[in-house]
Design a protein around this ligand. Structure first.
Ligand SMILES: [Zn+2]
Length: 215
């Protein structure tokens, strides 16, 4: 897929720049920070829900597809919002939240949330996460280029993946790679897939992003 990029110049010191329509990444350590910077370079600082103007201090970034449903941090999935709207939205998808807000009665809101929970369960069992299917492809684990860390710490993120897999039999999010299949984000997914001999994994390939350092 093509990731949303700012139209003008973008330059993040010693980390990334845009060259000929491609985002070139020099350092990977702060991938999420880079995505946040890019998002603010693309979108206005206004809450997407209530329209309030936001300052650097009052702005948060909402995951259109929530993290809890596999919502990854790339610009296409990030929208400025005030903290009040962002926390009220919780684990709902953008459109679900708009629908939820329009419901007047508390009782009907409860019914709505119950339906959402049920549909999530179904999606987790079928696919593992809730993201547009055209963002995703399924590839051989071996085709992804990445450097294995010397000390492979299996921390909280790893265990969350394991717990989810135990219940649903699926990976809970795709990994993100650049145009040359270099890993950008999702190391723990790869670690877990390797441990469990899961050979085919879901990825999001960002065709207009290139990692300059060798993985
Ligand atoms: Zn708001």
């Amino acid at each position: 897929m093509i990731m949303d990029l700012p139209e003008g110049k973008f330059f993040m010191k010693s980390m990334a720049q845009i060259e000929g329509g491609m985002l070139e990444i020099k350092k990977l350590e702060r991938f999420e920070d880079l995505m946040y910077e890019l998002t603010y370079a693309i979108r206005k600082r206004r809450c997407i829900y209530c329209g309030r103007r936001l300052s650097k201090e009052t702005s948060t970034l909402d995951h259109r597809y929530p993290r809890a449903s596999g919502g990854i941090s790339i610009t296409n999935n990030l929208f400025p919002s005030c903290s009040k709207c962002n926390s009220a939205k919780g684990d709902l998808v953008h459109e679900e939240y708009l629908c939820y807000r329009s419901i007047k009665s508390k009782k009907q809101q409860k019914v709505f949330l119950k339906k959402v929970r049920e549909s999530r369960e179904k999606i987790f069992r079928e696919k593992g996460f809730l993201l547009p299917s055209w963002w995703i492809s399924y590839v051989d684990l071996e085709s992804i280029q990445y450097r294995r860390q010397k000390e492979e710490l299996r921390g909280r993120r790893y265990h969350r993946i394991a717990e989810f897999y135990d219940i649903y039999g699926k990976l809970n999010r795709p990994v993100i790679v650049d145009c040359n299949s270099n890993l950008l984000d999702g190391y723990n997914i790869l670690l877990y897939a390797n441990d469990m001999n899961i050979n085919i994994i879901p990825i999001i390939r960002l065709e207009n992003v290139r990692l300059l350092l060798k993985n």
